[in-house]
Design a protein around this ligand. Structure first.
Ligand code: KG4
Ligand code: ZN
Length: 347
């Protein structure tokens, strides 16, 4: 079953064709980073307008990449939320139009759930990070808007173990990067600068350290970096050692909390498989630490390659397949709507 996935929840316009939920036939992403960079963050109105311009060419490029025709598509999956409603609506309406025109079933899927299930897709992994996870697994979703820990029994069966009480990990990284004068998107810039830095240079706080708490909090850490910067005569030069040390120490505080809580949850829930996904899982230190801790705990960790961690449509098509194959429950939904706060499960 060849499923077309469509993703337009934030600032990436993406389409992908995935065979039977596993094999990527084509994966196209048009990034809007240059559009938003001059404003220091995503401008929702501009994001929606750009999706309108980009989406049909991206879908055409995707079909061409697969050497397929629109008529070969067996079903369509679209991210219906959560995200920016104006942006989501562009994807949802295009998906409905295509489903109606081609006479194919349509399913709306949850963007976070798609990140969580991304490792079910067949991918070339590196350094022990590949391979499909076994159920049940503990899954950490870390992105610009979300930081959640789930226990996953199967597709569609999730229990929330913990989530952030304030900022998402990516949001906090982007804000700290902005404070330090780095361009948007900041997480990746901090990752780059941190490679030259000493992660033990400054001991930034780790919030909610209690062993029985699986919630996260990053706002105090953000304030702590701000206080540190205010205590200096000026923000250090981006090329300086002091600048790299702040980035490395901040990143270590984020990674430390994410990895500690995730593997503690796996231990407490007696599961041997851990999934880490979402944009922040592209972080090089998070990948390194997760692999170290997994190896010493005898747990398998699954982190997709970066193109499947950051926003993409292969994860939408991959998850959509599992709902479409059963013909349930979002089959042929032309009243499908976008929602900024969509619960998990098919629509
Ligand atoms: O999943 P995603 O692409 O979009 C959302 O659904 O939010 O995640 C975007 C987030 C941004 O906050 C970005 O700074 C962060 O992922 N990110 C990173 C890295 N690459 C992207 N954070 C840390 N290190 C990276 N290498
Ligand atoms: Zn995302």
């Amino acid at each position: 079953m060849l499923v077309l996935g469509i993703e337009s929840s934030c600032d990436e316009t993406a389409a992908s064709l995935v065979e039977s939920g596993r094999t990527i036939r084509a994966n196209q992403v048009a990034s809007q980073i240059p559009v938003h960079a001059r404003y220091g963050g995503v401008v929702p109105e501009l994001a929606s307008r750009n999706h309108i311009v980009e989406l049909l060419p991206v879908i055409r490029a995707c079909v061409a990449e697969a050497g397929a025709a629109l008529a070969d598509i067996d079903g369509i999956a679209v991210a219906a939320g959560p995200g920016l409603v104006g942006s989501l609506l562009v994807g949802v309406e295009v998906a409905k139009g295509l489903a109606f025109g081609l006479g194919r079933p349509l399913v709306g899927v949850n963007h976070i759930e798609a990140h969580l299930m991304a490792p079910l897709i067949d991918y070339e992994g590196a350094e022990g990070l590949s391979g499909t996870p076994d159920f049940p697994f503990v899954g950490l979703i870390v992105s610009g808007g979300h930081t959640h820990l789930f226990r996953v029994e199967d597709v569609g069966r999730y229990a929330l173990i913990g989530s952030t009480r304030d900022d998402a990990a990516g949001e906090a990284s982007d804000t700290v990067a902005k404070m330090m004068g780095l361009p948007y998107p900041g997480g990746v810039q901090i990752d780059r600068a941190a490679r030259r830095g000493d992660k033990a240079a400054i001991r930034f706080p780790r919030a909610l350290p209690q062993r029985d708490s699986f919630d996260f909090s990053f706002s105090g850490l953000k304030t702590s970096v701000l206080t540190h910067l205010k205590g200096l005569d000026a923000t250090p030069d981006p090329e300086s050692q002091a600048f790299a040390d702040i980035c490395a120490s901040f990143q270590e505080a984020v990674v430390d909390v994410l990895v500690t809580k995730t593997f503690r949850a796996a231990r407490q829930h007696k599961v041997n498989h851990v999934v880490i996904s979402g944009g922040v899982s592209a972080n090089s230190r998070l990948r390194e630490r997760a692999l170290e801790v997994a190896t010493s705990n005898g747990v398998a960790v699954h982190i997709p390659p970066i193109r499947l961690c950051t926003d993409n449509a292969a994860m939408i098509a991959g998850l959509g397949y599992h709902y479409l194959k059963g013909g349930s429950p979002g089959f042929d939904r032309f009243d499908l709507n976008a929602s900024s706060s969509l619960p998990m499960g098919a629509r």
